[in-house]
Design a protein around this ligand. Structure first.
Ligand code: FAD
Length: 513
């Protein structure tokens, strides 16, 4: 028996560690007993949204196991204590997991390795979450990349022969054996009482806690479906058609032209090899379309379906880029990646931060984004960039406030991607957006939501207002605003004035003044 410890890989398919533990390619291994551990330390950084999303993902995973005659062990406690005892209880001589590249996870895993060593239990960690491990793509001088464009070139060169999806995990511990081992004979909520000694931590077979059991509330946001089947449906639907217009459409939030796979990828409900292989098939289909001349050529923005699929693959590579940035620079979670000689003197006005969080800044595209976040625990990428630029460069607020808010509210919150996105917007990150490039929230809204469809979908006060007026909101007189939408606020700041202040703030930080 081998214990397979699920963490950010809530799937039974295309899972490197699980397939290995379950004996794919090696008849001497397995059966694998899958476990998830609710770790109080990890829960200490969680939020209502993410706990709900996690439990939904675990429920889908458990059901997948049940369909295969197995089940998911669900434990609570410090993994350093839970895992050695649980391994003893189920008679596992090895604990297997997939690597998590963040600094905190690596510290935790080092502790677990030591505890297992002391208990005389073998352990094994696999690369699974990315196509290319954080150490494998480096500059010719051997350093990690800090500029995405160069990283992407090397990444894509490797894709002539991408890693294939991992074979199905077939040799799993059967449900009855698991129930017998941890002392629960009904699959229900029982404290473990096996001779192996898992008395002090709760271990149940397939029985998941509610958010309230873990000290969390139900989120207000409607969170989408979870699990491998839903992830595959989403991927298939996206690759069947929308992907071919991805390049031309992806920046327009009202068009819903992106995959919305981020939460599935964050929780590892779909394997990256499986997803990437599907994009390769889409690329073949795109090439056929291009060759048969069936692609539309009358749209000036349309670079063609092949470029569109490649553009989508580039986003998957962004995820890997930020994973390796975090891996090589664990301090970026709280520190600027790029140092400014004099430090940035952020303003951090609490009222302005509160208006931004509520979606009441008087800048319609910003407010629509912040309200989408509250309603859907998601925000479109273009709008994430706009609201992040607005917080840091119009409100002059430290990116860490924005990051913390996103971390609490996003269902797809991923330390590497969220941090990378925020530091990019704040011009403190890798591949940094130069500090003098400041988004104008009005022209961004006009360009990417010309008919104000996205804005109206999320800001009901503006539903009856003409798009032209919405995009000129900052220029209207108080009377014009009161006539058009009395409930909607006037801009909290003057963008042009704040732009100058932001430039001065960054110049001082660079010691130029
Ligand atoms: P698609 O456009 O369909 O892209 C496919 C996948 O590629 C995404 O699911 C994601 O896994 C990856 N991807 C796309 N864009 C990026 C990117 N810029 N950086 C890294 N990976 C990317 N993404 C997260 O997954 N979690 C976060 O917490 C997160 N926070 C962000 C914060 C800010 C301030 C910004 C500017 C971006 C952030 N992103 C984050 C990146 C991006 O906005 C989301 O991945 C994307 O909007 C998710 O929608 P989608 O799945 O439809 O994306």
């Amino acid at each position: 028996m081998e214990l397979f410890w699920h963490r950010r890989d809530l799937r039974a398919a295309d899972n490197v560690g699980l397939a290995t533990a379950a004996g794919a390619g090696d008849d001497d291994r397995g059966p694998a007993a899958p476990v998830f551990v609710f770790d109080p330390d990890v829960l200490g950084h969680a939020s209502d949204v993410r706990v709900r999303r996690l439990i939904d993902g675990l429920a889908a995973l458990r059901d997948d196991y049940r369909e295969r005659g197995s089940d998911l062990l669900v434990a609570r406690g410090d993994p350093k204590e839970v895992l050695p005892r649980l391994a003893a209880a189920v008679g596992a001589d090895r604990v297997v997991w997939n690597r998590d590249y963040s600094g905190l996870a690596r510290e935790r895993d080092a502790g677990v390795r030591q505890a297992l060593n002391e208990a005389g239990i073998d352990r094994e960690a696999h690369h699974d979450a990315v196509l290319h491990t954080p150490d494998s793509i480096r500059t010719n001088a051997g350093d990690p990349y800090s500029v995405y464009t160069y990283y992407w070139r090397k990444w894509t060169d490797r894709e002539t022969d991408p890693p294939a999806p991992t074979p199905e995990a077939t040799h799993l511990a059967d449900a009855a054996t698991l129930r017998a081992a941890v002392g629960s004979d009904d699959g229900g909520d029982a404290d473990a009482r096996a001779d192996g000694g898992v008395e002090s931590e709760r271990v149940a077979v397939g029985d998941l806690p509610s958010p309230a059991d873990l000290g969390f509330g139900e989120p207000d946001a409607s969170i989408g479906p979870a699990g491998t089947a839903a992830a595959r449906d989403r991927l298939d639907a996206f690759l069947a058609e929308p992907v071919f217009d991805y390049e031309a459409e992806r920046d327009y939030p009202a068009r819903e032209a992106t995959s919305r796979l981020s939460a599935f990828l964050k929780y590892g409900e779909i394997g990256i090899r499986e997803a990437y292989e599907a994009t390769e098939r889409a690329l073949d289909a795109a090439t056929e379309r291009a060759e048969s001349g069936s692609e539309s050529t009358d749209d000036a923005d349309d670079e063609g379906p092949v470029a569109a699929v490649e553009e989508f693959q580039q986003q998957l590579a962004w995820r890997e880029f930020y994973t390796q940035v975090l891996y090589h620079n664990p301090a970026v979670v709280t520190e600027n990646y790029k140092t400014y000689e004099e430090g940035i003197a952020w303003r951090d006005d609490p009222d302005e931060i509160a208006a931004w969080k509520r979606g009441e800044t008087g800048y319609p595209i910003v407010d629509a984004g912040m309200r989408q976040l509250r309603e859907e625990a998601f925000m479109h990428n273009r709008v994430r960039m706009i609201v992040a630029s607005f917080l840091t460069k119009d409100l002059l607020v430290d990116w860490r406030h924005g990051y913390d808010h996103f971390r609490e509210r996003l269902a797809d919150h991923d330390t590497a991607n969220d941090n990378g996105g925020w530091q990019w917007a704040a011009s403190t990150g890798t591949d940094a957006q130069p500090y003098f490039r400041i988004f104008n929230p009005m022209t961004q809204g006009e360009r990417y939501d010309p008919d104000a469809e996205y804005i109206k979908a999320h800001v009901p006060e503006l539903r009856g207002v003409d798009a032209d007026l919405i995009h000129e909101w900052h220029e209207l007189s108080p009377t014009q605003r009161a006539n058009a939408a009395p409930e909607y606020p006037a801009p909290v700041v003057d963008h042009s004035a704040r732009r100058e202040e932001a430039l001065a703030m960054y110049k001082r930080a660079r010691g130029e003044d």
